[in-house]
Ligand binder design. Structure first.
Ligand code: NCD
Length: 309
């Protein structure tokens, strides 16, 4: 049987194209399982998974927990706000204590870029990165790419634009790595202050023109402004941002094509997307969430096959 080339999912950077394709094939199988009357399968019986969330999350945390339960794993949840981290314990001590209770896999979200990579050098359990600071959010990129394929088929040569706060977005980073590996053409669009300098070296084009970029792309992946990660002002006001980079129905209807609209959530309605766009037929935002569950089941299932390796 085909297997992943790695025992952790630390970032898209560390995956091969064939790993991504295997995850897509497995996701399709689990999507079918999720549409059955009985949605639970015994694949991960006897596997214990700890979800370690050192940073806020709604979708990703619930999606992982449901994926684990649908696979019959035993699940423990840890949230930093209610833990001994607040009493001064180190990350490695916290994790080693949890692993002593015979936990097989860790799903981890942490504000420090590289935290899951650091842990992977010190522990044996399989680690899935559920977002590390501004670095990577691999499972989001995989569910995004899977959702894009459902819309436009093979992504080779397809035009994908990522809009918004590219500078602070781990979703943007992982999307860029993933789409590059799958042969898509990628353009990022936002105010110059929110686009990292030299990002062209990652193989993407840069634009500051919303309308032109929408005209160019097949799919628009729209991101939130990560105000909580911004210590200085990157643009004059939200009002000005909306005027130049907000996507509304009038703008979409005036284009010569119908662009698919995506967003990883949480949406700031009325900022990057107007409500009538977020809720329109062009938007596949809730399909992304649905695919997220099947994608995470696929990843957990494939990594469970690599336990102890
Ligand atoms: C994203 C995240 O946390 O990185 N959300 C998510 O996982 N669905 C994007 C965001 O917070 O804007």
């Amino acid at each position: 049987m085909a297997e992943l080339s790695t025992k952790h999912i630390l970032g898209i950077k560390y995956l091969k194209k064939k790993d991504i394709e295997l995850i897509f094939e497995t996701t399709e199988r689990f999507k079918e399982v999720l549409n059955r009357p009985i949605k639970k399968v015994p694949s991960l019986r006897d596997v214990t998974i700890a979800n370690l969330f050192f940073e806020n999350s709604t979708r990703t945390r619930i999606s992982f927990e449901l994926a684990e339960k649908r696979l019959s794993a035993d699940v423990v949840n840890f949230s930093a706000a209610a833990s001994s981290v607040k009493k001064g314990e180190t990350l490695l001590d916290t994790v080693n204590n949890i692993l002593s209770m015979k936990v097989d896999m860790l799903v981890m979200r942490h504000p420090a870029p590289g935290a899951p990579i650091f842990l992977s050098r010190h522990i044996d359990a399989n680690i899935i990165n559920a977002g590390d600071g501004t670095h990577e959010h691999p499972t989001q990129a995989l569910l995004d790419a899977f959702s894009m394929r459902e819309q436009v088929g093979d992504l080779e040569g397809k035009k994908i634009a990522i809009f918004g706060d590219i500078l602070h977005s781990r979703v943007a980073m992982s999307n860029i790595f993933c789409l590059n590996k799958l042969g898509a053409k990628v353009k990022v669009c936002g105010p110059p202050t929110l686009i990292p300098k030299h990002i062209q070296h990652l193989g993407v084009e840069v634009s500051h023109d919303l309308r032109n970029t929408l005209e160019w792309c097949d799919i628009a992946n729209v991101l939130r402004i990560q105000l909580e990660r911004q210590d200085i002002k990157y643009f004059p006001s939200i009002r000005e941002y909306v005027l130049r980079f907000g996507i509304n129905k009038k703008l979409l209807d005036s284009l010569n094509k119908e662009v698919v609209i995506m967003h990883p959530g949480p949406i700031n309605r009325g900022v990057e997307l107007s409500s009538d766009v977020a809720d329109s037929d062009q938007s596949i935002i809730l399909q992304q969430v649905e695919n997220g569950l099947a994608t995470r089941m696929a990843i957990l299932y494939l990594l469970a096959g690599k336990r102890g390796s």
